[in-house]
Design a protein around this ligand. Structure first.
Ligand SMILES: [Zn+2]
Length: 267
């Protein structure tokens, strides 16, 4: 578990290796001790942390309703501390969730103590996907990963994913990006395959390997860092477009088509 203590709030990141290197997050207001749990699948670790730190769960927030992002909802919502708490999901996920919930949509603000979390609708990995902004942090779920992006195999639409990533790319460079899974090594290998001359990809790859050898993680990444090596944020960069055109001379080089081609190559 990694903890980030900021002015007014805290963030805890829990890595769950047994479940596809998922990340669970807890964010809390340091003044009121209210917290929100994002995408829980390890309720025991989460509830221990909540108890040990004197927190009270106000919300579970699901970035989307794939099973590996909602399976811990019920155990957390059922404990006595959180009798009044609810899951928050995008309306397009309503059919998929069994827990007591409310819906939130693009532009909504979720209050956790004195802190405000802004909701961005970022469909593509699946229709109900949302990203969450707290201070200079963005929780992107499975929309983006370190050097990668979510797949569109389970209810996804690649054109929507392109639009959502274009929106996320507009966030300030210094925003930290908290992702839903760790696929960094494989993703950076893909980035280096697409752009063999990209020094930032190689540098990040060395950084994650070094961190792993010390049992650490080279996270979180930032929007600005990702723009330097993440192919899925570089669909309009000359080196990427040229490489894809080389591989497929018939390729339409509009940004959306390049993005789609990248997603297909990664599949
Ligand atoms: Zn997912």
């Amino acid at each position: 578990m990694d903890i980030y203590n900021e002015s007014g709030y805290g963030i805890a990141r829990i890595r769950i290796e047994e479940s596809d290197n998922n990340y669970n997050y807890i964010v809390w207001c340091t003044e009121t001790r209210e917290c929100a749990v994002i995408d829980p699948i390890d309720p025991i670790t989460i509830l221990n942390f909540v108890r040990d730190n004197g927190l009270m769960v106000k919300y579970v927030i699901n970035t989307h309703c794939h099973p590996d992002h909602i399976s811990g909802n019920d155990p957390i919502l059922k404990v006595s501390l959180s009798l009044i708490s609810k899951a928050l999901i995008h309306p397009l996920g309503e059919e998929l969730i069994g827990t007591r919930y409310d819906t939130v949509d693009d532009g909504d603000v979720i209050s956790v103590g004195n802190q405000e979390i802004k909701v961005m609708h970022t469909p593509g990995h699946c229709p109900e996907h949302i990203s969450l902004i707290l201070g200079k942090n963005v929780f992107v779920g499975d929309t983006l990963f370190l050097s990668g992006c979510g797949n569109t195999k389970f209810r996804g639409v690649v054109e929507d994913l392109y639009q959502s990533i274009s929106k996320l790319r507009e966030l300030p460079d210094d925003y930290r990006m908290f992702v839903g899974h760790d696929y960094a090594e494989a993703n950076l290998k893909f980035a280096m395959n697409i752009e063999p001359g990209n020094k930032d990809a190689k540098k990040k790859f060395d950084e994650i390997k070094k961190a792993a050898s010390e049992n650490k993680e080279a996270l979180p990444t930032t929007i600005g860092e990702e723009k330097k090596y993440n192919p899925f944020m570089r669909y309009d960069v000359k080196e990427v477009v040229d490489e894809l055109k080389n591989r497929n001379p018939d390729l339409d080089t509009s940004p959306g088509s390049v993005f789609k081609e990248l997603r297909e190559l990664k599949n």
